[in-house]
Design a binder for this molecule. Structure first.
Ligand code: PEP
Ligand code: MG
Length: 568
């Protein structure tokens, strides 16, 4: 039986299936017999819960690093929320409810509130609230041993797994995880990735039987239950190959990325949240080529403050002290809306008040972010760039506001270094007129995701026009080449941070055109470094020359695929 779900943690697992049974709670009384006793019971459970989470934070730090341990320190904060305690105490004192019943009620109310949100980040915090509910109820009912043990290697099946449950799994035995509920960005997915457990979500687990052997491919999201012998052997080989590659990637981690004739390129990371830092460090990224700053705005219920933004940027620049961190100013609008902003509905949001247009229309919001970026540049390793510039005036206006902000911070008595300034090349007007912009810039970063969308007038979110999303199209490649040539001629650094940069075949075109800075998801860095080392820069230059005069995208695609097939 072959099933297709969503791969949330890469890797291949082959083991027997095992249905996970969450520890069930014993029943508890609704009403209190002694209110004072119930208050004490609740308060001591809170303390114990806090201590348990503290321990879990330490364990998580050791096993998966500081950033991910924050999942549990955030739960600690939620537990300490005075509103929560107040609500529980009112229920005990005024309504005579038992401590577990009062706590469960209070948490259900909070979860119901969260469920009203349209913000995915808020919705994903619901699993943290459920996790906290379970923890405190378990303590109140005296059944708080959270560990789960197994006596043979298994692929775990669960409707859903809470972060604590994932953290308490014995990874010696858990080879893989399959859940019905979840997403790539859920805490469980993050934990699974960092514990190195392959995982798939979005599958109906009721058809899968405990005790039967299965294959799980966390990359493609495919699961085979009761595989035939051929599939079994194929995946065993695939698993072995993957393990070999992983150790190979580790070996080359500290080497520079070079073609076999010594042409060096720099592979940086695209990140968006603190928890991305570990992966970027593990891949020994050349720096941060794109820090998307939308998450801090999307994750909260109100505008983040200057200090909140500053803390986040400082954490990134501290982590990458010796390396360059490229912060992109807010790219809100398009498909990313802020619930608290009352953003007006637009007929064509991708052509609407998005990114720099948005920032320029709300200067005080823009300035808060600029202040945080400028103040975070304590190691002088931050450079910044503006997204979706489409006219020279926009770039100059953005720079004016930046300069004004810089002067203000200096006047306040702060010593800050002025960062290098760049912009994203994402709009055809800029691609065609790049020379007009170059004198005002230290670097450019080509956002091929948007540039392709606007170049072919094909919405990148619309499946029905996905065939027009053509990175290999020779007309597009000629445009890219002209941007790169002009920037190189002016001595302006060119980086590419769209998906093309991390797509090996497409990145070869970029390298052949003379791009030296590629920025991609961290988990692609070592694989690309390894593959690039098999290529030859002169070959790549020739391929580009050939590609530019072809007519159709599939001819270019074939040209590259044939070249790649010939690599050893
Ligand atoms: C791009 O458009 O290529 C890009 C990197 O920006 P985003 O994907 O965040 O729009
Ligand atoms: Mg973009």
């Amino acid at each position: 039986m072959k099933l297709k779900g969503i791969g949330i943690s890469k890797g291949i697992a082959i083991a027997k299936l095992h249905h996970f049974k969450p520890k069930s709670l014993t029943s508890f009384k609704t009403y209190a017999t002694n209110q004072q006793e119930e208050v004490k019971r609740f308060e001591s459970a809170l303390k114990k819960g806090d201590a348990q989470l503290e321990k879990l934070v330490m364990q998580a730090k050791e096993r998966i690093g500081d950033e991910h341990a924050q999942i549990f320190s955030a739960q600690q904060m939620m537990l300490k929320d005075p509103e929560l305690s107040k609500n529980v105490l009112v229920k005990i004192n005024d309504f005579n409810l038992s401590a577990p019943y009062a706590f469960k009620q209070a948490m259900s109310e909070m979860i119901a509130q969260f469920e009203l949100s349209e913000n995915v980040y808020i919705l994903e915090r619901i699993s943290d609230l459920e996790d906290i509910t379970d923890r405190i109820l378990n303590i109140l009912l005296g059944q708080d041993d959270m560990r789960y043990t197994f006596d043979e290697p298994v692929i775990l099946l669960a409707i859903d797994l809470l972060p604590s449950e994932t953290m308490h799994l014995d990874t010696q035995y858990i080879q893989g995880i399959i859940t019905e509920k979840g997403s790539k960005t859920s805490h469980t997915a993050i934990l699974a990735r960092n514990l190195g457990i392959p995982a798939v979500t979005g599958l109906d687990i009721s058809s899968l039987e405990s005790g039967k052997v299965a294959i799980l491919d966390g990359g493609s999201g495919i699961v085979y239950a009761n595989p035939d012998e051929n599939t079994f052997i194929k995946y065993q080989e695939k698993q072995q190959k993957l393990l070999n590659l992983q150790s190979l990637y580790k070996e080359i981690k500290d080497d520079p990325a070079k073609t076999n004739d010594g042409h060096e390129v720099y592979l940086a990371a695209n990140i968006g949240v603190i928890s991305d830092l570990k992966e970027a460090l593990d891949a020994n990224a050349f720096g941060i080529g794109l820090l998307r700053t939308e998450n801090q705005y999307l994750e909260s219920d109100d505008f983040p403050t200057e200090d909140e933004l500053l803390n986040f940027y400082l954490k990134v620049s501290d982590t990458f002290k010796e390396k360059t961190v490229t912060i992109r100013t807010l790219d809100i609008g398009g498909d990313k809306n802020l619930s608290y902003l009352n953003m007006r509905k637009e007929t064509n949001p991708f052509l609407g008040n998005r990114a720099i247009r948005y920032s320029l229309s709300y200067p005080s919001l823009f300035k808060t972010q600029l202040r945080a970026i400028l103040k975070a540049n304590t190691h002088n390793n931050i450079q910044m760039m503006f997204p979706m510039i489409s006219t020279l005036k926009e770039l100059l206006d953005a720079k004016d506001i930046l300069n004004e902000t810089y002067e203000e911070i200096i006047k306040e008595g702060n010593q800050i270094s002025y960062p290098k300034i760049g912009m994203m090349v994402e709009v055809p007007s800029v691609a065609v007129g790049i020379e007009k912009f170059l004198p005002y810039l230290d670097f450019i970063s080509i956002g091929t995701n948007d540039l392709i969308q606007y170049f072919f007038a094909a919405d990148r979110m619309n499946e029905r026009v996905a065939h027009l999303y053509q990175p290999y199209n020779p007309i597009f490649l000629n445009t890219l080449k002209s941007i790169i040539d002009k920037a190189n001629k002016h001595g302006i650094i060119v980086s590419v941070c769209g998906e093309m940069a991390g797509h090996f075949a497409q990145s070869l075109l970029l390298i052949g055109m003379g791009v030296k800075h590629l920025s991609m998801h961290s988990n692609l860095i070592l694989e690309n470094k390894y593959l690039i080392s098999k290529t030859n820069y002169h070959d790549l230059q020739n391929i580009v020359e050939e590609a530019l005069v072809l007519d159709h995208y599939d001819e270019v695609e074939n040209l590259l695929n044939n070249y790649i097939k010939g690599l050893d």
